[in-house]
Design a protein around this ligand. Sequence first.
Ligand SMILES: Cc1cc2nc3c(=O)[nH]c(=O)nc-3n(C[C@H](O)[C@H](O)[C@H](O)COP(=O)(O)O)c2cc1C
Ligand SMILES: C=C(O[C@@H]1CC(C(=O)O)=C[C@@H](OP(=O)(O)O)[C@H]1O)C(=O)O
Length: 389
Amino acid sequence: MRYLTAGESHGKQLTTIIEGIPSKMPITKDNINESLLRRQGGHGRGKRQQIEKDLVNITSGIRHGYTLGSPISLVITNDDFKHWTDIMGEDPLSEDVAIRRVVSKPRPGHADLNGALKYGHRDMRNVLERSSARETAARVAAGAVAKTLLKQLGIEVCGYVKEIAGIRAKEIGSLSMEERQNRITESPVMVLDKDVEQEMMDKIDQTKKEGDSIGGVCEVYVEGMPAGVGSYVHYDRKLDSRIAGSVVSINAFKGVEFGIGFEAAKKYGSEVHDEISWNEEQGYYRTSNRLGGFEGGMTTGMPIVVRGVMKPIPTLMRKPLESVDIETKEPFKATVERSDACAVPAASVVMEHVVAFELAKAITEQFPNDQFTKLKKAIDDYRDEIRCF
Ligand SMILES: Cc1cc2nc3c(=O)[nH]c(=O)nc-3n(C[C@H](O)[C@H](O)[C@H](O)COP(=O)(O)O)c2cc1C
Ligand SMILES: C=C(O[C@@H]1CC(C(=O)O)=C[C@@H](OP(=O)(O)O)[C@H]1O)C(=O)O
């Protein structure tokens, strides 16, 4: 399984092409639109989300509610394009207009300057349009297809906010998957712990008022993955490493941890590792899950718990960062018309979907089948086999 996305933030549309989903898997538009809608939400988003209404147009690979086994292409229209037709259209601009519209002021914290140096663009719009996190809508569409596959194999993935600007949600280990999913749907900041919700919202509002930005931590929790998915034999087949790469690939994500994560550095081995037990009903299981569901690049069969840290949004409404104009070499302070003050809730939805894609990819590699029913049977057989091992 693999996917590619195409599209600029203020261009006509975003496109996702997914390859490797087996045939005859039930799926509808609603499976994808529900995820797209969730990504647009969350307290702290800027004015752009009032312009966009992300809905998928399935243009290939799905017919009458089932996958065909051929490439699936998904299109999301950028409603904002109508305001940008001259700047983002394919027709050449007259020279004087083109010169006036050139973006020569790189924004710190964005891809602008490095992308301009690499691709030789003196108009940094050519960089910023594609490097924008608008592209995460296309990735969520791919992840929604992956989630639909996983769910039908008994694997559920759920992403939520763990921390915003130092305000940390407490551990609520006893929540079922359904309770987690309901809770984040109800929560304006997509957090499981109701006690910190208001504090997080107040912090976002205060930050917005001050024209600054904040980041945080997102967590993804997965139930139902059988033990032994992934591999220890090569670095690029380790599933935890693939997940880590997918999380850091999300715009503004700077780090990843599994289970107790960086806390492990402060502890003894006896306080970190998960002891192995066995009973007839479950087969092997762990009495704790401090390592977050991975050993040796493979799943342990315990829930996967992975967190990613998002830096504060780099575009600041009233505290602009200093930079240098690449034409004049003069310093300037970046001024902006709109930006998100905090996109951690939306990013938790993105993280859920990129993790889901890596899990579905690993499953389809380990149980290669062109037809979904055969894939389902292969996994069920494997589950029986490891229970009796
Ligand atoms: C869902 C989401 C929304 C974002 N919204 C904004 C935004 O409104 N303004 C902004 O400056 N950065 C925003 N970002 C962050 C930038 O896209 C990101 O910092 C930039 O692409 C540079 O990538 P890097 O931080 O990974 O180096 C957003 C990120 C995500 C995941
Ligand atoms: C468009 C989205 O996020 C955008 C991501 C983004 C950035 O720099 O990453 C900057 C903003 O773009 P704009 O300047 O057009 O408002 C966000 O709105 C989206 O998530 O759908």
